[in-house]
Design a protein around this ligand. Structure first.
Ligand code: SAM
Length: 282
C-alpha cells in the first residue's frame, strides 16, 4: 500500500540536495546538442504550493529551501547556486516571494529542449492525478505505473543520451534492493546512462544494501554525495541526512557540487557536513 505523499516534505534539505545535484547534471548534459531522454521513475506531484495543507503541516521547507532563499544574494556568487535560485524564483507567483517548491518533474521539464524527451512515472493514483493536471511541455509523457519496471522495459531509448532519476520513498525496506536490481538491469541495457539515485541516511544504515547491490551488479564509476545533518540521538530512527549517487557522473560535476554544497552547509546547522567521493565498493 502506498501512503507516502511528498507534499509533507517538499522543499526540505533533502529536496535541495537532490534537485541541486539534478540541476548540475542537466547543466552538463545541455553542453552538447545531441538529444537526451530523461526518465523520472518516482515523479510525485510535480509542484508544491507551500501553503497547501500537507506542506504547511510540517513546514520542512523552512529548514531547507527557505534558508537558501533568504541567503540568495550571497549564494549567487556561486554560479550553480545562482542559476538554481534564479530558476526557483521563476516558479514563484510574485517576485521576491517563496510560495511554491518545484518537484523533479518541474526541474526536468523546464530545461527540456525540442529534441529531448521526458517520461514521468508515478504509481500513486492521487499523486498521478495531481501530476496529470499540470501544464507541462508536449514532449513530457506522464505514465501511471511502476517506475522501476517502466524504466527497464523502455530501454534502450532511441536518443543518443539518457538520464534517469530514481527517487523512491523507501516505505518498504525491500526497496533498497529493488532499486539496486533495477538500476543494474538498466545499466546493462544502457551502459552510457547517467543515473541519479537518492536515498535517505537513517541511523539503521539501510542504504548499504543499495550500495552493495550496485557493487555486486557490477556498476562502477559512481559519484557519491552524502549530506549529514547530525549524528543520531539514542533511539532515533528518522532521517539524519540525504544521499545521492550519480552513475557515469559527467566530468567536473564533483567539483561544482562540492563547492556549492560547501556554501550551503553553514545554513543547514552547525553539525552538518558533506562527504563527496568516488565510490569504489568498500
Ligand atoms: N521525485 C519527486 C521529486 O523530487 O519531487 C519526489 C518523489 S517521492 C520521494 C516518491 C514518489 O514515488 C511518491 O509520489 C510515490 O507515490 C511514488 N512511488 C512509490 N512507489 C512507486 C513505484 N514503484 N513507481 C512509481 N512511483 C512510485
Amino acid at each position: 500500500m502506498l501512503s507516502y505523499q511528498h507534499a509533507y516534505h517538499a522543499g526540505n534539505f533533502a529536496d535541495v540536495h537532490k534537485h541541486l545535484t539534478l540541476f548540475a547534471v542537466i547543466d552538463h548534459l545541455l553542453r552538447k546538442r545531441s538529444s537526451v531522454t530523461y526518465m523520472d521513475t518516482h515523479a510525485g506531484r510535480g509542484l508544491y504550493p507551500l501553503a497547501a495543507e500537507e506542506t504547511a503541516k510540517l513546514q520542512e521547507y523552512r529548514e531547507g529551501v527557505a534558508r537558501l532563499w533568504q541567503a540568495r544574494e550571497r549564494l549567487g556568487d556561486d554560479l550553480l547556486l545562482g542559476d538554481w535560485l534564479t530558476a526557483l524564483g521563476r516558479m514563484q507567483s510574485r517576485a521576491g516571494g517563496l510560495d511554491h517548491y518545484p518537484g523533479s518533474p518541474w526541474w526536468l521539464s523546464q530545461r527540456l529542449r525540442e529534441q529531448d524527451r521526458l517520461m514521468l512515472f508515478e504509481l500513486h493514483p492521487g499523486e498521478h492525478g495531481h501530476l496529470a493536471q499540470q501544464a507541462l511541455p508536449d514532449n513530457v509523457q506522464r505514465i501511471h505505473g511502476d517506475g522501476l519496471q517502466g524504466l527497464v522495459k523502455r530501454l534502450p531509448v532511441p536518443s543518443p543520451r539518457l538520464c534517469v532519476l530514481v527517487d523512491p520513498s523507501y516505505e518498504r525496506k525491500e526497496e533498497y534492493a529493488e532499486v539496486a536490481e533495477a538500476v543494474c538491469q538498466a545499466m546493462r541495457k544502457a551502459r552510457h546512462a547517467v543515473v541519479l539515485v537518492w536515498y535517505p541516511l537513517l541511523p539503521a544504515g539501510r542504504h548499504r544494501e543499495l550500495l552493495e547491490g550496485l557493487r555486486d551488479g557490477g556498476v562502477r564509476k559512481i559519484w557519491r554525495s552524502e549530506l549529514h545533518l547530525r549524528e543520531p540521538q539514542q533511539g532515533e530512527r528518522g532521517m539524519i541526512g540525504s544521499g545521492m549517487l550519480v552513475i557515469n557522473a559527467p566530468w567536473g560535476l564533483d567539483e561544482r557540487l562540492e563547492a556549492a554544497v560547501a556554501k550551503i552547509l553553514p545554513l543547514l546547522g552547525e553539525t552538518s557536513r558533506h562527504r563527496g567521493d568516488w565510490w569504489v565498493g568498500e
